[in-house]
Write a protein that binds this ligand. Sequence first.
Ligand SMILES: Nc1ncnc2c1ncn2[C@@H]1O[C@H](COP(=O)(O)OP(=O)(O)O)[C@@H](O)[C@H]1O
Ligand SMILES: CC(C)(COP(=O)(O)O)[C@@H](O)C(=O)NCCC(=O)O
Ligand SMILES: [K+]
Length: 244
Amino acid sequence: MILTVDVGNTRIKASVFEDNTALENFVFEKNELEKKIEKILEKYPKCSDLVVASVGSIEKQSFLSFENRLKVHFFTHEDVFPFHNKYATPKTLGIDRMILAAGATLQFPKQNRLVIDAGTCITYDFIDENDNYLGGAISPGLRLRYESLHNFTARLPLLSLEAPDSYVGNSTAQAIHSGVVNGFVYEIDGFIDEYRKEFSNFIIILTGGDADFLAKRLKNTIFANSNFLLESLSQTYQYKIDND
Ligand SMILES: Nc1ncnc2c1ncn2[C@@H]1O[C@H](COP(=O)(O)OP(=O)(O)O)[C@@H](O)[C@H]1O
Ligand SMILES: CC(C)(COP(=O)(O)O)[C@@H](O)C(=O)NCCC(=O)O
Ligand SMILES: [K+]
């Protein structure tokens, strides 16, 4: 039994896996990290390994206190991954994107794959049928768009996510919702259309905190799996054990 932990820039997600099947998922804030992990381990004392991917401000040291109880693995660029990394700056590729690419490679072998993670940022990652990781894109996520409109202007209010009534926002609030939500949806559909021009066939995996909200609004039919990063962490860890 393993406990996987994904430290994103907004929140921490965790999941307990037994034989690559998730038993329970957890979401919490950075300041609750140790307390929450303590609680999870109390509930699942059979956890033998703690596996972490962090792109947030939490470093390896935060997990060291658990090392006397279970094996702690903090993923880095030095680990073995099941794809060929063709990024021009492989050492700066986010570890979350590496885990997503690894999960896509292991779960959907020998085909072109596009992973879209709608979290703090939207990240796009493309792995071709020969398991070459080619790269993708990084753009602001949904909440980041609402916050930056507010933070960098004098007159725009901070709104929380709401589906717009129309493209034609007829008030400040509706104009912001239209710009943020429709802009987000058009961006993703636009990227998918561009990839379609170059690659005739590929599967799309949509994940992240906004995946469910997004999936039903896209022109392209995509099934969302908001647990894909944690599933990929469990699978990539197994791959590491088998290939080290
Ligand atoms: N309770 C919540 N707190 C913060 N963000 C949330 C919450 N529920 C949904 N979201 C959405 O999830 C997105 C962040 O996704 P997430 O995958 O958790 O990010 P990260 O992995 O970067 O920490 C935000 O854009 C926000 O719209
Ligand atoms: C792009 C990211 C900030 C996304 O983080 P997230 O939205 O998952 O919190 C993260 O993958 C990162 O810090 N990447 C480093 C730059 C790169 O991937 O090229
Ligand atoms: K992301």
